[in-house]
Write a protein that binds this ligand. Structure first.
Ligand SMILES: Cc1cc2nc3c(=O)[nH]c(=O)nc-3n(C[C@H](O)[C@H](O)[C@H](O)COP(=O)(O)OP(=O)(O)OC[C@H]3O[C@@H](n4cnc5c(N)ncnc54)[C@H](O)[C@@H]3O)c2cc1C
Length: 413
């Protein structure tokens, strides 16, 4: 099969890898508009489930990714200089550029042709392919050609964010909230390689304009953000690839969904098909899952239409719940004043519960009461008897209690 993959991000490259592994006779060309080594963003997070899936599909690149990833442990929340709180758990961070280098090297080793600085804006440019994979990101040009069939829907988020980095290590995933004269502003920070961390700054549009960011040169914005987050940065500076430009690349997150994911021999994967808000850190994982699922469907079916139909059905079903979670998470941050009025441990409990539909649709105090009752009942439900040395004792399970079993205080005014 002759395959044209448009876009050399995680989706396009991983699809080329798994297809070549399934059948080395496929002729696969990846078209990437950027020169070698250029990409946007800094580090991305992922969890063990992605590593397991990578190992099952291509152990070589999985090992290289595991070797380059850095482990972060737990989540920390720091509200306005109050004592930071920590919650257990953990995951990995990896430099996005390094991830793409690994996938590029692996694809080349398997015989995939990669054409850098090759922008594909029309289907006509790749018309000799039997299958055209649009892996060209959220602003996909190819998707627009068949918008009648895909029926894309894009919802722009309310908040503004900018994806920066810092040299300060963040060994746990850190949320830092600062109150300014123009409103709350916060960071999402985690290490992605030795001496480098992602530092995403987010705020409401009123805060963004109130701080004067609309008319401020990039370098001045960087200094202003360093002053706001001085405690979190601990003397380290912020880094942007655009600090010599006129302004920083603040964005509103676009949540994209499509009714259909294929039109004739053109199929959408990764961010071209769907996006999920960055506060659930899943976009790369989902892009790779799409790549694996598309390769699997193509090998299960004899005809292209049947394979693409199966692929679209499976992945749209899998995506529905993740996109719902991502919308809830984005909305939680857009309604920060609703929860940040609570004391820090309660606030952290609410932050961890941000994907909850109950929390979204009921008053916060009612949600907290319900949670307390549930926790108690859950604890009782798991009570069991243990006999040691002939003495019988009731043992209560450790039911989830939010942050350290904290009992919420009433909200601040
Ligand atoms: C602030 C932020 C933080 C994030 N953090 C995480 C995280 O922690 N964990 C996580 O899993 N995900 C995260 N994501 C999401 C993740 O970055 C994306 O979901 C993922 O990169 C999607 O991969 P993709 O290959 O589909 O698209 P992309 O990575 O966007 O790649 C598309 C590629 O296509 C190329 N291209 C575009 N148009 C053309 C064209 N016409 N011709 C040729 N080439 C073209 C582009 O140059 C690009 O290289 C984050 C996203 C944001 C915005």
């Amino acid at each position: 099969m002759r395959i044209a993959c448009v876009g050399g991000g995680p989706a396009g490259l991983y699809f080329a890898i798994v297809m070549k592994r399934r059948n080395p006779h496929h002729e696969i060309v990846v078209h990437e508009r950027n020169p070698v080594g250029r990409t946007h963003g800094w580090g991305v997070v992922f969890w063990d489930d992605l590593l397991a899936s990578l190992r099952a599909n291509d152990p070589e690149s999985a090992q290289a990714i595991a070797d380059q990833a850095i482990r972060w442990s737990g989540q920390t929340v720091d509200v306005e200089g109050s004592t930071p709180l920590h919650h257990a758990g953990g995951g990995y961070g990896i430099c996005r550029r390094r991830l793409l280098e690994i996938l590029t090297e692996r694809a080349l080793a398997l015989g995939v042709e990669i054409r850098f600085e090759s922008e594909v804006s029309t289907i006509g440019q790749v018309s000799d392919a039997d299958l055209i994979v649009a892996a060209d990101g959220v602003a996909s040009r190819l998707r627009r050609h068949r918008a009648d069939r895909f029926r894309p829907r894009i919802e722009a988020g309310r908040n503004r964010y900018v994806w920066l980095a810092t040299t300060r290590p963040f060994p746990s995933f850190t949320f830092g909230f600062v109150r300014t004269k123009a409103g709350w502003i916060w960071c999402h920070a985690y290490s992605f390689k030795d001496g480098m961390s992602t530092f995403i700054v987010e705020c409401a549009p009123e805060t963004w304009s109130g701080l004067g960011f609309g008319a401020m040169p990039a370098q001045d914005q960087m200094r202003a953000l360093e002053a706001i987050f001085a405690t979190h940065l601990g003397g380290h500076g912020l880094v942007s690839r655009e600090d010599r430009s006129e302004t920083l690349p603040w964005m509103s997150f676009r949540t994209l969904s499509n009714r259909s994911w294929h039109a004739d021999r053109l199929v959408l994967i990764g961010d071209a098909a769907h996006t999920t808000h960055f506060t659930i850190g899943s976009g790369t994982r989902l892009a790779i899952d799409d790549a694996i699922a598309l390769a699997a469907a193509l090998s299960e079916h004899d005809t292209l239409p049947a394979a693409l139909e199966t692929f679209g059905m499976r992945r749209r079903r899998a995506l529905a719940r993740v996109q719902r979670d991502a919308r809830l998470s984005a909305a939680w941050f857009e309604n920060l004043p609703r929860t940040i009025r609570y004391d820090a441990p309660t606030f952290f409990t609410l932050l961890l519960a941000r994907r909850s539909r109950l929390l979204r649709h009921m008053p916060v105090t009612a949600y907290l009461s319900l949670r307390t009752i549930y926790t108690k009942l859950n604890g009782l439900a798991f009570m069991r008897s243990v006999t040691t040395g002939g003495v019988r004792r009731d043992v209560r399970s450790r039911a989830p209690r939010g942050i350290a079993g904290h009992i919420p205080e009433p909200p601040r005014r």
